[in-house]
Design a protein around this ligand. Structure first.
Ligand SMILES: [Zn+2]
Length: 305
């Protein structure tokens, strides 16, 4: 008897083997694009304010997130616009101290909770600046409130306006791969976003942090021996540079403690309950976050990520 393909498929199916029939195609992908101007703050801070850091240099806070802006004789350099609503408030705050236009908006990195809402400045002639590595993220994950950069750069970049220079410093793949820290010369001040939120431990499983490059970046900041003050992208307007050392020491101690348990043969699922770092127990969120931080480190030692 001659066999044709259909009878073979029928036999295989009847015999309990895997069917050779093609799977049904998936339904159309639902609209998973992010909502516009959503209230995404995970911090319990409300409202907004502006604090003067130095002559013509300011930090603006919107809920728990902040940026810096710098008024120069030829216009304003703004940074992370945060969101559509935050950018409107930022524009009003800038107008209170100068009538000069915003010429540049610099993105610290690619994360939506810092850099949405720049259109209001772009409409008035500002150019958007970011590290070149951000562009691939923006193309892969578009957002209705995200404005693409006009100026991108590799490595470090000096943004000069009205005789003032904002140094944009790339420290590597620490929290995402397009993070920069910003140094308004000649002040001993560094604007850093998400690398250190002073006096606290990292949140949860340390989303998008690559631990070893992250530690190296914190060490690079500590080695900037003329920096005395950081302006963090979350919470308080300023903190001493020692906050960077404290955060770096915590992450290193955490990694060493986890490594010690792995080497001692402690089952992975028991390690989060075994780790305690009492010398860092004074840090904000220590009690609620350390187990999740440990799980993040376990992922690193398991996966190399
Ligand atoms: Zn981030």
């Amino acid at each position: 008897m001659a066999l044709n393909l259909n009878s073979i498929i029928a036999c295989v199916g009847a015999c309990g083997f895997v069917s050779m029939a093609a799977a049904a195609p998936p339904p159309p992908m639902p609209d998973l694009s992010p909502p516009s101007d959503a209230n995404q703050s995970v911090f319990r801070l409300q409202g907004f304010d502006t604090t003067k850091l130095a002559d013509a240099l300011y930090t603006f806070r919107w809920e728990g997130t902040r940026n810096i802006f710098w008024v120069t004789p030829d216009g304003v350099i703004a940074t992370d616009p945060i969101s559509v609503s935050a950018a409107k408030a930022l524009r009003d705050e800038i107008r209170k101290v100068t009538d000069k236009p915003v010429k540049y908006v610099v993105y610290s990195h690619q994360h939506w909770d810092h850099i949405l809402g720049a259109q209001i400045f772009k409409d008035e002639g500002a150019q958007i600046v970011s590290h070149k590595n951000c562009v691939a993220h923006f193309e892969e994950l578009p957002h209705p409130d995200l404005v693409m950069p006009d100026i991108t750069f590799d490595g470090n970049y000096e943004l000069t306006l009205g005789g003032k220079t904002l140094e944009l410093i790339y420290l590597g793949h620490n929290h995402g791969d397009c993070m920069i820290v910003m140094r308004p010369q000649p002040y001993p001040i560094l604007f850093e976003v998400d690398l250190v939120t002073p006096f606290g431990v990292p949140l949860g499983r340390m989303n998008d942090y690559s631990l070893i490059p992250y530690i190296k970046s914190l060490r690079a900041i500590e080695a900037m021996d003329d920096i005395e003050t950081i302006v963090p992208g979350h919470r308080m307007p300023t903190a001493p540079i020692s906050a960077v050392t404290e955060r770096r020491a915590y992450v290193e101690a955490l990694m060493l403690a986890v490594k010690k348990e792995i080497e001692a043969g402690t089952p992975m699922n028991q390690i989060p309950d075994k780790i305690a770092l009492p010398e860092f127990a004074h840090m904000r969120n220590y009690d609620t976050q350390i187990k999740e931080n440990v799980r993040r480190v376990l992922t690193h030692y398991n996966m190399g990520w």
